[in-house]
Write a protein that binds this ligand. Structure first.
Ligand SMILES: Nc1ncnc2c1ncn2[C@@H]1O[C@H](COP(=O)(O)OP(=O)(O)OP(=O)(O)O)[C@@H](O)[C@H]1O
Length: 260
């Protein structure tokens, strides 16, 4: 089976004040449809940059990223925006909700946008987008926040609204940067349960996290050091009934070996 995401010799260099910062150095990995991978590593090792580059939010400097058969460097800005709108979902901390719109309107916005897109918005009508938004909000238990301003909901509710927004176009893959970073442990676990459920339903997940509890729920963990993937730890599919303890213990042991 072909990989959904295939990353080959990926390099990303930033030039700041005429000096060159080689943030990603020859990264290679692939993800199959339905996988859930976490990316861990020290601060500044390039985790967010990796997420941005493989999801087409930022251009790569060298190498190749192929997503669902399309090479990102071959796409124009418009082509890349279309690919992101229709096939990818994002939960990034800096992608704030629009403060002049209600929670509901924030969620449906890119759903409506996709209807006029070149890829056809999966042939849906506006009312079908609305229905899907209702379904997502019900599943994530935030229906009662629909008409609220985004300043009138809790951090956990807002994060669940971000997940609904990211899923509105039924993306093949969801990219998340510290999706539980700003949440208390109860809200974090609720968000993780939702992400795991979405993954079990078939959406591929790539999550950057510093949290062992989050990473222990993924199928495999990549550990980055200084712009390279230093190691990979395979955990297999998380079965909620078995609980996370053993996985957390095994992951923590491996992270220690990695120098975490
Ligand atoms: N837009 C940018 N322009 C210039 N340099 C950047 C840019 N984005 C990131 N960097 C640099 O790239 C390096 C890696 O940053 P990145 O945010 O990817 O690390 P990280 O592993 O996600 O860190 P953290 O865990 O602290 O979020 C850092 O040295 C950072 O300063």
């Amino acid at each position: 089976m072909a990989a959904l995401l295939e990353v080959t010799n990926l390099c990303k260099t930033y030039i700041v004040n005429k000096s060159q910062n080689n943030v990603l150095r020859n990264i290679n990995f692939s993800l199959h449809a339905g996988e859930f991978v976490s990316v861990m590593g020290p601060s500044g090792s390039g985790k967010s940059t990796l997420l941005y580059t493989v999801s087409g939010m930022d251009r790569l400097t060298a190498g190749e990223v192929v997503f669902d058969g399309e090479s990102l460097s071959q796409l124009s800005e418009k082509g890349m925006a279309e690919l992101r709108l229709h096939k990818m979902g994002f939960i990034f901390q800096q992608m704030h909700m629009l403060s002049n719109l209600s929670v509901y309107d924030n969620i449906i916005l890119s759903g409506y946008e996709s209807l006029s897109g070149k890829r056809g918005g999966q042939g849906r009508s506006r009312s079908e987008v609305n229905q899907y938004a209702d379904e997502l909000m019900r599943k994530l238990n935030i229906m009662e926040t629909a008409g609220h301003d985004i300043t009138e909901v809790s951090g956990g509710q807002l994060q669940r609204a971000c997940i609904c927004r990211a899923l509105i176009n039924k993306p093949a893959m969801l990219f998340a940067d510290e999706p539980t970073g700003a949440l208390n442990s109860k809200a974090a676990q609720e968000v993780m349960s939702e992400l795991c459920r979405i993954n079990r339903e078939g959406t591929t997940l790539m999550v950057v996290t510093h949290d062992v509890k989050v990473a222990a729920q993924s199928d495999k963990v990549l550990y980055m050091v200084d712009g390279n993937i230093q190691g990979e730890h395979v955990l297999g599919k998380y079965i909620p009934e078995q609980g996370p303890r053993e996985r957390e213990r095994s992951l923590t042991g491996w992270l220690m070996e990695m120098g975490w």
